[in-house]
Design a protein around this ligand. Structure first.
Ligand SMILES: [Zn+2]
Length: 199
């Protein structure tokens, strides 16, 4: 629709999650009109995440070191792991201040429709972490939707023989949504009222 550079920018923006063609166009023209210092900061931020941010070798949260801030914190307890789908879910749960254990980020959820199976997620890595016996409780905090529930059921079955306490966040979260859309109080309550699931 547009020429060269402008259309390239619209195309790239349109590939981002949640950005439709109209939004892509709006953002592109906003950037065209912006001060060069503002655009410079955006470019620098993009380059920095590319260069500096990686995934924690232990829990796969985003990290600027080999391990993330949470895995490096000696005050957190090692006996409980909270399993989430994405790094943004770690942020949502941290906001509730209800949890002082460690995390494990799966990198998504099981979805037969999208061709995502357990092997595409960091399930093997989770099992490895559970093998040394230090962890006694697993809290499964996948999203309250079809894929999240399927993933929770799969994990509960898989870790069943290990004899851990396995729990799922209590209901009350907006069904079908993402964990991140729940407000802190609702998510905090769901955490506190988590229910033991038996495989
Ligand atoms: Zn970590």
């Amino acid at each position: 629709m547009y020429e060269g550079a402008v259309q390239d920018l619209i195309d790239e923006l349109g590939r981002l999650p949640g950005v439709g063609p109209k939004s892509a166009q709006r953002i592109a023209f906003h950037l065209l009109a912006a001060e060069s210092a503002d655009v410079g900061r955006l470019v620098a931020a993009l380059q920095r995440v590319q260069a500096e941010v990686r995934f924690c070798v232990t829990c796969y949260n985003v990290a600027e070191n080999e391990q993330c801030r949470i895995c490096r914190d000696p005050r957190r307890s090692d006996d409980v792991i909270c399993v989430v789908e994405e790094p943004k879910d770690v942020v949502a749960i941290e906001r509730t201040r209800e949890f002082r254990g460690r995390y494990h980020v799966l990198g998504g959820a099981i979805s037969p429709i999208e061709g995502v199976g357990p092997d595409d997620l960091r399930v093997k890595e989770l099992m490895t972490r559970l093998m040394d016996g230090a962890v006694t409780e697993l809290i499964i905090a996948t999203d309250p939707n079809l894929e999240g529930e399927a993933t929770a059921a799969y994990l509960a079955r898989l870790v069943g023989p290990l004899g851990l306490a396995v729990s799922r966040l209590a209901s009350g979260l907006p069904v079908g949504g993402d964990l991140e859309y729940a407000d802190e109080i609702t998510l905090g309550r769901a955490f506190e009222g988590r229910r033991r699931i038996d495989a």
